[in-house]
Design a protein around this ligand. Structure first.
Ligand code: PLP
Length: 420
Protein backbone atom coordinates (compact mmCIF):
# COMPACT_ATOMS: atom_id res chain seq x y z
CA UNK A 1 0.00 0.00 0.00
CA UNK A 2 1.31 3.36 -0.99
CA UNK A 3 1.31 5.93 1.77
CA UNK A 4 -1.23 8.63 1.06
CA UNK A 5 0.44 11.65 2.58
CA UNK A 6 3.37 11.82 4.90
CA UNK A 7 2.23 11.66 8.51
CA UNK A 8 -1.42 10.80 7.82
CA UNK A 9 -2.57 7.52 9.33
CA UNK A 10 -4.80 5.63 6.94
CA UNK A 11 -6.24 2.62 8.76
CA UNK A 12 -9.43 2.77 10.76
CA UNK A 13 -8.02 1.22 13.91
CA UNK A 14 -5.37 3.96 13.94
CA UNK A 15 -7.39 6.95 12.78
CA UNK A 16 -10.69 6.28 14.49
CA UNK A 17 -10.50 3.64 17.21
CA UNK A 18 -13.92 4.71 18.45
CA UNK A 19 -15.64 3.59 15.25
CA UNK A 20 -13.28 0.63 14.83
CA UNK A 21 -14.17 -0.65 18.28
CA UNK A 22 -17.89 -0.46 17.65
CA UNK A 23 -17.46 -2.42 14.42
CA UNK A 24 -15.30 -4.97 16.22
CA UNK A 25 -17.97 -5.39 18.90
CA UNK A 26 -20.64 -5.91 16.24
CA UNK A 27 -18.44 -8.55 14.62
CA UNK A 28 -18.19 -10.29 17.98
CA UNK A 29 -21.97 -10.09 18.45
CA UNK A 30 -22.61 -11.67 15.06
CA UNK A 31 -19.97 -14.32 15.65
CA UNK A 32 -21.31 -15.37 19.07
CA UNK A 33 -25.09 -15.27 18.60
CA UNK A 34 -27.55 -17.10 16.39
CA UNK A 35 -28.94 -14.66 13.83
CA UNK A 36 -32.43 -15.93 13.12
CA UNK A 37 -33.97 -12.81 11.64
CA UNK A 38 -35.20 -14.23 8.32
CA UNK A 39 -34.40 -11.10 6.31
CA UNK A 40 -30.74 -11.19 7.36
CA UNK A 41 -27.83 -13.24 6.12
CA UNK A 42 -24.04 -13.26 6.21
CA UNK A 43 -22.31 -12.32 2.99
CA UNK A 44 -19.10 -13.98 1.88
CA UNK A 45 -15.77 -12.19 2.43
CA UNK A 46 -15.63 -11.75 -1.36
CA UNK A 47 -18.90 -9.82 -1.37
CA UNK A 48 -17.66 -7.60 1.44
CA UNK A 49 -14.37 -7.01 -0.32
CA UNK A 50 -16.12 -5.84 -3.48
CA UNK A 51 -18.48 -3.72 -1.44
CA UNK A 52 -15.60 -1.91 0.24
CA UNK A 53 -13.70 -1.52 -3.04
CA UNK A 54 -12.32 1.55 -4.78
CA UNK A 55 -15.50 1.82 -6.86
CA UNK A 56 -16.91 3.67 -3.87
CA UNK A 57 -15.15 6.76 -5.21
CA UNK A 58 -16.85 6.88 -8.61
CA UNK A 59 -19.81 8.94 -9.80
CA UNK A 60 -21.65 7.16 -12.62
CA UNK A 61 -25.01 8.84 -13.11
CA UNK A 62 -26.79 7.21 -16.03
CA UNK A 63 -26.36 3.72 -17.44
CA UNK A 64 -23.45 1.83 -19.05
CA UNK A 65 -22.22 3.73 -22.16
CA UNK A 66 -24.74 6.52 -21.41
CA UNK A 67 -23.16 8.40 -18.52
CA UNK A 68 -22.77 12.05 -17.66
CA UNK A 69 -19.19 12.01 -16.34
CA UNK A 70 -15.93 10.77 -17.78
CA UNK A 71 -13.84 7.90 -16.44
CA UNK A 72 -16.53 5.23 -16.73
CA UNK A 73 -14.69 2.32 -18.39
CA UNK A 74 -14.67 0.13 -15.30
CA UNK A 75 -17.93 1.32 -13.82
CA UNK A 76 -19.53 0.34 -17.13
CA UNK A 77 -17.80 -3.04 -17.06
CA UNK A 78 -18.89 -3.86 -13.53
CA UNK A 79 -22.48 -2.73 -14.02
CA UNK A 80 -22.80 -4.64 -17.30
CA UNK A 81 -21.39 -7.75 -15.65
CA UNK A 82 -23.86 -7.48 -12.78
CA UNK A 83 -26.75 -7.07 -15.25
CA UNK A 84 -25.63 -10.05 -17.37
CA UNK A 85 -25.26 -12.30 -14.33
CA UNK A 86 -28.66 -11.28 -12.95
CA UNK A 87 -30.28 -12.00 -16.33
CA UNK A 88 -28.67 -15.43 -16.38
CA UNK A 89 -29.58 -16.14 -12.76
CA UNK A 90 -33.25 -15.17 -12.93
CA UNK A 91 -33.99 -15.60 -16.63
CA UNK A 92 -35.00 -11.95 -16.87
CA UNK A 93 -35.25 -9.91 -20.07
CA UNK A 94 -34.29 -6.60 -18.49
CA UNK A 95 -32.48 -5.86 -15.24
CA UNK A 96 -31.76 -2.60 -13.45
CA UNK A 97 -29.12 -3.19 -10.76
CA UNK A 98 -29.04 0.37 -9.39
CA UNK A 99 -31.77 0.47 -6.71
CA UNK A 100 -30.20 1.23 -3.36
CA UNK A 101 -32.60 -1.00 -1.49
CA UNK A 102 -35.86 -2.91 -1.71
CA UNK A 103 -38.15 -0.02 -0.87
CA UNK A 104 -36.80 2.34 -3.57
CA UNK A 105 -36.96 -0.57 -6.05
CA UNK A 106 -40.69 -0.88 -5.44
CA UNK A 107 -41.04 2.87 -5.51
CA UNK A 108 -39.44 2.89 -8.97
CA UNK A 109 -41.99 0.40 -10.30
CA UNK A 110 -44.81 2.60 -8.98
CA UNK A 111 -43.20 5.63 -10.58
CA UNK A 112 -42.77 3.77 -13.88
CA UNK A 113 -46.34 2.53 -14.33
CA UNK A 114 -48.76 4.26 -11.95
CA UNK A 115 -50.13 7.77 -11.68
CA UNK A 116 -50.81 9.43 -8.36
CA UNK A 117 -53.98 8.02 -6.84
CA UNK A 118 -54.06 4.84 -8.98
CA UNK A 119 -55.45 1.70 -7.40
CA UNK A 120 -53.18 -1.28 -6.76
CA UNK A 121 -53.38 -4.44 -4.67
CA UNK A 122 -51.00 -5.89 -2.11
CA UNK A 123 -50.95 -8.18 0.91
CA UNK A 124 -52.11 -6.60 4.16
CA UNK A 125 -49.10 -5.57 6.25
CA UNK A 126 -50.33 -7.28 9.41
CA UNK A 127 -50.84 -10.48 7.39
CA UNK A 128 -47.29 -10.51 6.07
CA UNK A 129 -47.17 -7.78 3.42
CA UNK A 130 -44.41 -5.15 3.22
CA UNK A 131 -44.70 -1.44 4.04
CA UNK A 132 -44.27 -0.62 0.35
CA UNK A 133 -47.32 -2.75 -0.49
CA UNK A 134 -49.70 -0.01 0.60
CA UNK A 135 -49.16 0.81 4.27
CA UNK A 136 -50.78 4.17 5.13
CA UNK A 137 -47.48 5.41 6.62
CA UNK A 138 -45.55 4.58 3.43
CA UNK A 139 -45.39 6.46 0.09
CA UNK A 140 -47.35 3.58 -1.46
CA UNK A 141 -50.32 4.12 0.83
CA UNK A 142 -50.09 7.92 0.88
CA UNK A 143 -49.90 8.67 -2.81
CA UNK A 144 -51.71 5.68 -4.30
CA UNK A 145 -54.91 3.78 -3.49
CA UNK A 146 -54.16 0.40 -2.00
CA UNK A 147 -56.62 -2.46 -1.83
CA UNK A 148 -55.41 -5.17 0.51
CA UNK A 149 -55.97 -8.85 0.28
CA UNK A 150 -55.61 -10.90 3.44
CA UNK A 151 -54.99 -14.46 4.49
CA UNK A 152 -57.91 -16.73 5.31
CA UNK A 153 -58.64 -16.70 9.04
CA UNK A 154 -58.87 -20.50 9.33
CA UNK A 155 -56.04 -21.68 7.07
CA UNK A 156 -53.93 -18.51 7.54
CA UNK A 157 -53.02 -18.93 3.88
CA UNK A 158 -53.65 -16.64 0.95
CA UNK A 159 -57.06 -17.19 -0.51
CA UNK A 160 -56.84 -16.67 -4.28
CA UNK A 161 -60.63 -16.55 -4.55
CA UNK A 162 -60.61 -13.47 -2.34
CA UNK A 163 -57.77 -11.96 -4.40
CA UNK A 164 -59.73 -12.58 -7.61
CA UNK A 165 -62.95 -11.16 -6.15
CA UNK A 166 -61.17 -7.98 -4.99
CA UNK A 167 -59.37 -7.63 -8.32
CA UNK A 168 -62.63 -7.92 -10.26
CA UNK A 169 -64.32 -5.39 -7.99
CA UNK A 170 -61.55 -2.77 -7.79
CA UNK A 171 -59.87 -3.18 -11.19
CA UNK A 172 -56.36 -2.33 -9.91
CA UNK A 173 -53.70 -1.18 -12.36
CA UNK A 174 -51.07 -3.24 -10.54
CA UNK A 175 -51.19 -6.34 -8.36
CA UNK A 176 -48.27 -7.02 -6.03
CA UNK A 177 -47.54 -10.56 -4.95
CA UNK A 178 -44.90 -11.35 -2.35
CA UNK A 179 -44.40 -10.97 1.35
CA UNK A 180 -42.18 -10.16 4.25
CA UNK A 181 -43.74 -12.47 6.84
CA UNK A 182 -45.59 -15.39 5.28
CA UNK A 183 -44.25 -18.92 5.76
CA UNK A 184 -45.77 -20.62 2.73
CA UNK A 185 -45.02 -20.71 -0.98
CA UNK A 186 -46.63 -18.00 -3.07
CA UNK A 187 -48.75 -19.03 -6.05
CA UNK A 188 -47.29 -16.58 -8.55
CA UNK A 189 -49.04 -18.32 -11.45
CA UNK A 190 -52.38 -17.88 -9.68
CA UNK A 191 -51.67 -14.16 -9.20
CA UNK A 192 -50.65 -13.83 -12.82
CA UNK A 193 -53.89 -15.33 -14.09
CA UNK A 194 -55.89 -12.93 -11.91
CA UNK A 195 -53.82 -9.96 -13.09
CA UNK A 196 -54.25 -11.06 -16.71
CA UNK A 197 -57.98 -11.50 -16.26
CA UNK A 198 -58.56 -7.96 -14.94
CA UNK A 199 -55.92 -6.32 -17.16
CA UNK A 200 -53.57 -5.46 -14.28
CA UNK A 201 -49.79 -5.52 -14.32
CA UNK A 202 -48.15 -8.04 -11.98
CA UNK A 203 -45.27 -7.09 -9.70
CA UNK A 204 -43.80 -10.05 -7.85
CA UNK A 205 -41.73 -8.79 -4.93
CA UNK A 206 -39.50 -11.77 -4.19
CA UNK A 207 -37.25 -9.91 -1.74
CA UNK A 208 -37.39 -12.63 0.88
CA UNK A 209 -37.27 -15.69 -1.33
CA UNK A 210 -34.99 -14.68 -4.23
CA UNK A 211 -32.35 -17.20 -3.13
CA UNK A 212 -34.94 -19.97 -3.06
CA UNK A 213 -36.31 -18.92 -6.45
CA UNK A 214 -32.95 -18.97 -8.24
CA UNK A 215 -32.23 -22.37 -6.73
CA UNK A 216 -35.57 -23.76 -7.91
CA UNK A 217 -36.70 -24.41 -4.33
CA UNK A 218 -39.59 -21.95 -4.79
CA UNK A 219 -41.52 -21.42 -8.05
CA UNK A 220 -40.44 -18.41 -10.11
CA UNK A 221 -42.79 -15.61 -11.20
CA UNK A 222 -40.90 -15.51 -14.52
CA UNK A 223 -41.42 -15.35 -17.40
CA UNK A 224 -45.04 -14.24 -16.94
CA UNK A 225 -44.75 -11.41 -14.40
CA UNK A 226 -44.15 -8.00 -15.98
CA UNK A 227 -42.04 -6.88 -12.99
CA UNK A 228 -40.00 -8.67 -10.37
CA UNK A 229 -38.22 -6.79 -7.61
CA UNK A 230 -35.89 -8.27 -5.05
CA UNK A 231 -33.52 -7.15 -2.38
CA UNK A 232 -30.08 -8.66 -2.78
CA UNK A 233 -29.26 -9.02 0.93
CA UNK A 234 -31.75 -11.63 2.14
CA UNK A 235 -31.71 -15.27 1.01
CA UNK A 236 -29.67 -14.18 -2.02
CA UNK A 237 -26.69 -13.50 0.28
CA UNK A 238 -25.53 -10.32 -1.41
CA UNK A 239 -24.88 -6.75 -0.28
CA UNK A 240 -27.64 -4.44 0.99
CA UNK A 241 -29.43 -3.35 -2.16
CA UNK A 242 -32.00 -4.41 -4.71
CA UNK A 243 -32.64 -5.00 -8.40
CA UNK A 244 -35.66 -4.57 -10.66
CA UNK A 245 -36.36 -7.06 -13.42
CA UNK A 246 -38.96 -6.61 -16.10
CA UNK A 247 -40.11 -7.51 -19.55
CA UNK A 248 -38.09 -5.70 -22.23
CA UNK A 249 -41.19 -3.66 -23.04
CA UNK A 250 -40.86 -1.80 -19.72
CA UNK A 251 -37.06 -1.43 -19.73
CA UNK A 252 -37.07 2.26 -20.61
CA UNK A 253 -39.78 3.19 -18.12
CA UNK A 254 -38.02 1.34 -15.30
CA UNK A 255 -34.61 2.84 -16.07
CA UNK A 256 -36.07 6.34 -16.23
CA UNK A 257 -37.89 5.82 -12.94
CA UNK A 258 -34.69 4.75 -11.12
CA UNK A 259 -32.56 7.49 -12.69
CA UNK A 260 -33.34 10.37 -12.93
CA UNK A 261 -36.74 9.62 -11.38
CA UNK A 262 -35.63 8.64 -7.91
CA UNK A 263 -31.90 8.26 -7.53
CA UNK A 264 -28.74 10.09 -8.48
CA UNK A 265 -25.39 8.35 -8.82
CA UNK A 266 -25.53 4.56 -8.53
CA UNK A 267 -23.44 2.87 -5.84
CA UNK A 268 -21.04 1.03 -8.14
CA UNK A 269 -19.18 -0.57 -5.21
CA UNK A 270 -22.45 -2.17 -4.13
CA UNK A 271 -23.19 -3.12 -7.73
CA UNK A 272 -19.78 -4.85 -7.82
CA UNK A 273 -20.76 -6.76 -4.68
CA UNK A 274 -24.09 -7.66 -6.30
CA UNK A 275 -22.16 -9.07 -9.28
CA UNK A 276 -20.07 -11.20 -6.89
CA UNK A 277 -23.18 -12.46 -5.08
CA UNK A 278 -24.87 -13.33 -8.41
CA UNK A 279 -21.71 -15.22 -9.39
CA UNK A 280 -21.92 -17.17 -6.15
CA UNK A 281 -25.62 -17.90 -6.66
CA UNK A 282 -24.85 -19.22 -10.16
CA UNK A 283 -22.63 -21.95 -8.65
CA UNK A 284 -24.23 -25.41 -8.40
CA UNK A 285 -23.52 -25.40 -4.63
CA UNK A 286 -26.02 -22.55 -4.18
CA UNK A 287 -28.85 -24.95 -5.06
CA UNK A 288 -27.81 -27.22 -2.19
CA UNK A 289 -27.50 -24.23 0.10
CA UNK A 290 -31.02 -22.98 -0.66
CA UNK A 291 -32.48 -26.48 -0.33
CA UNK A 292 -30.76 -26.79 3.04
CA UNK A 293 -32.25 -23.46 4.19
CA UNK A 294 -35.72 -24.91 3.62
CA UNK A 295 -34.85 -28.33 5.10
CA UNK A 296 -33.54 -26.54 8.18
CA UNK A 297 -36.68 -24.42 8.48
CA UNK A 298 -38.85 -27.53 8.27
CA UNK A 299 -36.79 -29.33 10.93
CA UNK A 300 -37.02 -26.30 13.17
CA UNK A 301 -40.79 -26.05 12.63
CA UNK A 302 -41.28 -29.73 13.49
CA UNK A 303 -39.26 -29.38 16.69
CA UNK A 304 -41.14 -26.27 17.82
CA UNK A 305 -44.54 -27.80 17.09
CA UNK A 306 -43.57 -31.01 18.89
CA UNK A 307 -42.75 -28.79 21.88
CA UNK A 308 -46.29 -27.42 21.80
CA UNK A 309 -45.61 -24.12 20.06
CA UNK A 310 -48.17 -22.77 17.61
CA UNK A 311 -46.84 -21.71 14.22
CA UNK A 312 -48.83 -19.63 11.76
CA UNK A 313 -50.11 -22.11 9.11
CA UNK A 314 -48.74 -24.93 11.29
CA UNK A 315 -45.42 -25.10 9.49
CA UNK A 316 -43.37 -23.66 6.66
CA UNK A 317 -42.44 -24.23 3.01
CA UNK A 318 -39.74 -21.59 2.99
CA UNK A 319 -36.92 -20.15 5.11
CA UNK A 320 -39.34 -18.38 7.46
CA UNK A 321 -41.41 -19.32 10.50
CA UNK A 322 -43.91 -17.24 12.40
CA UNK A 323 -44.53 -18.20 16.01
CA UNK A 324 -48.05 -17.39 17.20
CA UNK A 325 -47.88 -16.53 20.89
CA UNK A 326 -51.60 -15.77 21.24
CA UNK A 327 -52.25 -19.07 23.07
CA UNK A 328 -49.85 -17.80 25.78
CA UNK A 329 -51.12 -14.22 25.85
CA UNK A 330 -51.76 -11.20 23.63
CA UNK A 331 -48.94 -8.82 22.68
CA UNK A 332 -46.09 -11.07 23.92
CA UNK A 333 -43.91 -10.84 20.81
CA UNK A 334 -41.60 -8.05 21.91
CA UNK A 335 -40.78 -9.32 25.44
CA UNK A 336 -40.38 -12.85 24.05
CA UNK A 337 -37.89 -11.70 21.40
CA UNK A 338 -36.00 -9.94 24.21
CA UNK A 339 -35.94 -13.13 26.33
CA UNK A 340 -34.68 -15.11 23.34
CA UNK A 341 -31.92 -12.57 22.77
CA UNK A 342 -30.83 -13.04 26.40
CA UNK A 343 -30.28 -16.66 25.40
CA UNK A 344 -28.23 -15.58 22.34
CA UNK A 345 -31.02 -16.20 19.84
CA UNK A 346 -31.74 -13.10 17.77
CA UNK A 347 -35.22 -12.89 16.19
CA UNK A 348 -37.81 -10.16 15.67
CA UNK A 349 -41.29 -9.59 17.03
CA UNK A 350 -44.00 -9.51 14.38
CA UNK A 351 -47.75 -9.37 14.02
CA UNK A 352 -49.62 -12.58 13.33
CA UNK A 353 -52.69 -12.58 11.04
CA UNK A 354 -55.75 -11.18 12.85
CA UNK A 355 -53.53 -10.04 15.70
CA UNK A 356 -55.76 -8.43 18.33
CA UNK A 357 -52.76 -6.35 19.45
CA UNK A 358 -50.89 -3.56 17.62
CA UNK A 359 -47.85 -3.72 15.29
CA UNK A 360 -45.78 -2.10 18.03
CA UNK A 361 -46.90 -4.72 20.56
CA UNK A 362 -47.41 -7.71 18.30
CA UNK A 363 -48.30 -11.25 19.31
CA UNK A 364 -45.78 -13.14 17.22
CA UNK A 365 -42.08 -13.80 16.72
CA UNK A 366 -40.63 -14.14 13.22
CA UNK A 367 -37.58 -16.27 12.64
CA UNK A 368 -35.73 -18.09 9.89
CA UNK A 369 -32.79 -20.21 8.86
CA UNK A 370 -30.73 -18.44 6.14
CA UNK A 371 -27.90 -17.29 8.40
CA UNK A 372 -27.64 -20.53 10.35
CA UNK A 373 -27.48 -22.40 7.04
CA UNK A 374 -24.76 -20.05 5.82
CA UNK A 375 -22.78 -21.05 8.93
CA UNK A 376 -23.09 -24.70 7.86
CA UNK A 377 -25.70 -25.86 10.36
CA UNK A 378 -28.05 -28.68 9.46
CA UNK A 379 -31.16 -30.44 10.82
CA UNK A 380 -29.37 -31.76 13.94
CA UNK A 381 -28.48 -28.24 15.05
CA UNK A 382 -32.02 -27.02 14.20
CA UNK A 383 -33.45 -29.60 16.59
CA UNK A 384 -31.20 -28.38 19.43
CA UNK A 385 -32.00 -24.73 18.68
CA UNK A 386 -35.73 -25.51 18.46
CA UNK A 387 -35.60 -27.12 21.89
CA UNK A 388 -33.80 -24.08 23.36
CA UNK A 389 -36.33 -21.67 21.82
CA UNK A 390 -39.20 -23.73 23.21
CA UNK A 391 -37.63 -23.83 26.69
CA UNK A 392 -37.37 -20.04 26.75
CA UNK A 393 -40.89 -19.54 25.38
CA UNK A 394 -42.33 -21.80 28.08
CA UNK A 395 -40.39 -20.01 30.83
CA UNK A 396 -39.59 -16.52 29.47
CA UNK A 397 -38.60 -14.86 32.75
CA UNK A 398 -36.15 -17.54 33.89
CA UNK A 399 -32.78 -15.79 33.74
CA UNK A 400 -30.88 -18.86 34.85
CA UNK A 401 -32.31 -20.78 31.89
CA UNK A 402 -31.40 -17.93 29.53
CA UNK A 403 -27.81 -18.01 30.80
CA UNK A 404 -27.60 -21.78 30.41
CA UNK A 405 -28.85 -21.56 26.83
CA UNK A 406 -26.54 -18.60 26.15
CA UNK A 407 -23.64 -20.94 26.99
CA UNK A 408 -24.93 -23.67 24.69
CA UNK A 409 -25.42 -21.13 21.89
CA UNK A 410 -21.85 -19.93 22.34
CA UNK A 411 -20.51 -23.48 22.03
CA UNK A 412 -22.54 -24.02 18.85
CA UNK A 413 -21.34 -20.72 17.37
CA UNK A 414 -17.73 -21.80 17.98
CA UNK A 415 -18.38 -25.04 16.13
CA UNK A 416 -19.84 -23.10 13.17
CA UNK A 417 -17.83 -19.89 12.91
CA UNK A 418 -18.75 -17.16 10.45
CA UNK A 419 -16.42 -16.77 7.51
CA UNK A 420 -15.33 -13.15 7.92
C1 PLP B 1 -37.19 -6.47 2.77
C2 PLP B 1 -38.30 -6.19 1.84
C3 PLP B 1 -38.41 -4.99 1.13
C4 PLP B 1 -37.58 -3.76 1.43
O1 PLP B 1 -36.27 -3.85 1.46
P1 PLP B 1 -35.34 -2.71 2.13
O2 PLP B 1 -34.04 -3.03 1.53
O3 PLP B 1 -35.44 -2.94 3.60
O4 PLP B 1 -35.88 -1.39 1.72
C5 PLP B 1 -39.41 -4.86 0.19
N1 PLP B 1 -40.28 -5.84 -0.03
C6 PLP B 1 -40.24 -7.00 0.65
C7 PLP B 1 -41.25 -8.06 0.36
C8 PLP B 1 -39.27 -7.22 1.61
O5 PLP B 1 -39.25 -8.36 2.28
Amino acid sequence: MQKQREGIKTRLTETDPEVANIIKAEEERQQTTLTMIPSENHVSPAVREASASILINKYSEGYPTKRYYQGQAHADEIETLAIDRAKQLFGAEHVNVQPNSGSPANQAVFLAVLEKGDTFMGLNLTHGGHLTHGSPVNFSGRYFTPVHYAVDEKTERIDLDQVRELARRHKPKLIISGFTAYPRTFDFAGFQSIADEVGALHLADISHIAGLVVAGVHASPFPAAQFVTTTTHKTLRGPRGAIIMSHEKYAKAINKAVFPGLQGGPHEHTIAAKAVAFGEALQPSFKEYAAQIVANAKALAETLMAEGIKLVTDGTDTHLLLIDLRPLGIGLGRPMAASLEQGGIVTNCNTVPFDPSSPFKPSGVRLGTPTLTTRGMKETEMRSIGTWIAEIIHDPNNEGLQQKIRGQVLELCKQFPLDI
